[in-house]
Write a protein that binds this ligand. Structure first.
Ligand SMILES: [Zn+2]
Length: 556
């Protein structure tokens, strides 16, 4: 992150959304909004940015949800991808794209990328044959892993799917879950079958992993950093590269006929393909062009804590196994869970709010983005409530913004439009704001929540200055800085400002001592604010002990 020169290309990848349903507000308040705000910030500084993700259609969560909903995995993936795309657009998540679509299609070229990626590992002698014990559903004839498998986490005992525990983040493979059951039918008898698969032994990369983490973990947040340290303190697992299965990319190896590529192994190849797709799909370039080490791009991965093992460790080992061919993440930006009315978002219990639902109710998307930015779970779980959305945004954004706009209008009434002087004190305040906001986008302290809070403080100060009769030049300088630095969050307001000719570039030059007058673009009001005073706060859904057969939300 911003360590490099302004011209260094940046690649930001959000954890690949699983197309087994739409994205809810809990997903949005994680990698999607954070990556979008960061990408918009970098673009405003003039840095070349690719900001993308891609649906992970091969995940068993798609198979499990499709069976539950009585549809086919392909149908569910297509419908969910369309819904996810609508939601991303609804809250103005502006992925890099050279087409009408935001999300790269999971097509033949994408599957070829996965095949090429694992074939290169096989050809380089990186894979090993192993006999493993896989849970097996006797009646349906399914090998059980990831979203098809449920049981008790071997580390913390919580109900968990296969792969990694959503609660403690610890990985589990094969027959490691306690009391393994089939998600599709928890009553179905489950046996264990020995299967010959190909794996990538993570332990063989220990020295490289330790050197890498010694360099990057100072930039990691404490909780995921602690998990990585724990994982490195014990023998590292083998990464399955192939598994018996029917839904996924066929494994192209003679040793494993009829198997597929383990779905989690697709993520890096698919992300490389997504980067190529976002940048114009040049058929003359290989799918992994932008990730080659010689391109010198800086890579940032954004994901939830529950994906720390997969996106922090497994994917890294997949990159390391290719030798020096690829860039490595300069940091993983890891979020915690966002809760709804103090309970986990849950698709299966219907305890969720979709982002588009709030937009359809008339919540302006700038207001929603601001509230999510202020409250998103960076270091600990945080909570979403409609009442707080209304109250907080009215108090910290909408009301002071309106008052500042009114004060500026009054101060500029009858003014001829000539540039106004900006005092050294006001120049100093704008420079201090810029320094603080830049700090929020530095790797050592990356924080969208702190950026949003700092902007709210700046707005409150400007309103007080306006009330105290500060000169219009000083108010305008503060308002221009407010508009420019809030532009990555308040995207529609920024668009209105640009249309009115206000310069929102975030260059690092000195603050000018004159400013041309402008009107502060208005913020739309939030219809929730009008009703929140009378509306009863929704009763929180009971946080009962989660059944181990609870449908996992899918990951993000
Ligand atoms: Zn656990």
């Amino acid at each position: 992150m911003s360590d490099g020169a302004v011209n260094q290309p940046r690649i930001l990848i959000a954890a690949t959304p699983t197309p087994n349903g739409d994205l809810h507000v809990g997903h949005l308040a994680g990698p999607y909004l954070v990556g979008d705000i960061y990408a918009r910030y970098l673009r405003a500084t003039g840095a070349p940015v690719t900001w993308t993700t891609i649906t992970d259609d091969s995940q068993t969560y798609v198979v499990a949800s499709a069976a539950r909903k009585g549809t086919t995995p392909a149908r569910l993936a297509a419908d969910s991808t369309a819904a996810i795309e609508r939601t991303l657009r609804g809250v103005a998540i502006e992925l890099t794209s050279s087409s009408e679509q935001l999300l790269p299609p999971v097509d033949a070229r994408c599957r070829e990328a996965v095949t090429e990626f694992v074939t290169a590992l096989h050809a380089a002698g990186r894979l090993r044959e192993r006999t493993v014990r896989l849970p097996y559903a006797e009646h349906s004839g399914l090998h059980l892993y990831d979203g098809l498998l449920t049981g008790g986490c071997p580390a913390c005992g919580a109900g968990s799917n296969g792969g990694a525990c959503e609660d403690c983040g610890t990985p589990n493979n094969y027959d490691e879950l306690r009391d393994p059951r089939c998600t599709l039918d928890p009553q179905e008898p489950v046996s264990v079958r020995e299967e010959r698969i190909l794996v990538l032994p993570m332990e063989e990369y220990r020295a490289e992993l330790e050197a890498y983490f010694a360099e990057v973990t100072p930039r990691w947040r404490p909780h995921p950093k602690q998990l990585i340290e724990q994982l490195l303190s014990r023998p590292l697992p083998d990464v399955p590269v192939t598994v018996p299965g029917r839904w996924g990319v066929p494994a192209p190896f003679p040793e494993t006929p009829g198997q597929i590529v383990y779905p989690w192994v697709e993520a890096m190849a698919a992300s490389m393909y997504a980067t190529w797709w976002a940048n114009g799909q040049d058929p003359a370039l290989p799918y992994d062009h932008y990730w080659r080490a010689e391109q010198g791009a800086e890579l940032v991965l954004l994901h939830g804590f529950d994906n720390t093992y997969h996106w922090g460790l497994l994917d890294l080992v997949l990159l390391l196994a290719h030798g020096d061919r690829y860039i490595r993440p300069s940091v993983n930006v890891v979020n915690e869970f966002y809760e709804l009315e103090h309970a986990k978002f849950s698709t299966s219990r219907g305890h969720l709010i979709r982002g588009t639902e709030l937009i359809e109710e008339g919540v302006p998307r700038d207001v929603l983005r601001f509230y999510l930015a202020l409250t998103l779970p960076e270091q600990a779980r945080t909570n979403f409530t409609r009442a707080e959305l209304a109250l907080l945004t009215d108090r910290q954004l909408i009301a002071p913004w309106r008052e500042l706009g009114d004060a500026l209008d009054a101060a500029l009434a009858g003014h001829d439009g000539a540039p106004l002087p900006v005092s050294p004190a006001a120049q100093g305040r704008v420079a201090a704001l810029a320094a603080d906001l830049r700090g929020c986008f530095e790797p050592s302290g990356f924080s969208v929540a702190r950026a949003a809070a700092r902007l709210a403080e700046h707005l409150a100060e400007l309103r007080e200055q306006a009330a105290a009769g500060t000169g219009p030049g000083d108010l305008l300088a503060g308002a221009r800085a407010l508009l420019a630095w809030s532009a990555p969050i308040l995207v529609d307001t920024a668009e209105a400002a640009r249309a009115a000719g206000i310069d929102l570039a975030l260059d690092a030059g000195p603050v000018p001592d004159k400013i041309t007058p402008f009107r502060l673009p208005g913020l739309p009001s939030n219809p929730l604010a009008a009703t929140s005073a009378e509306a009863p706060v929704e009763a929180p859904v009971e946080t009962s002990v989660e059944s181990p057969v609870e449908e996992k939300d899918g990951r993000s």
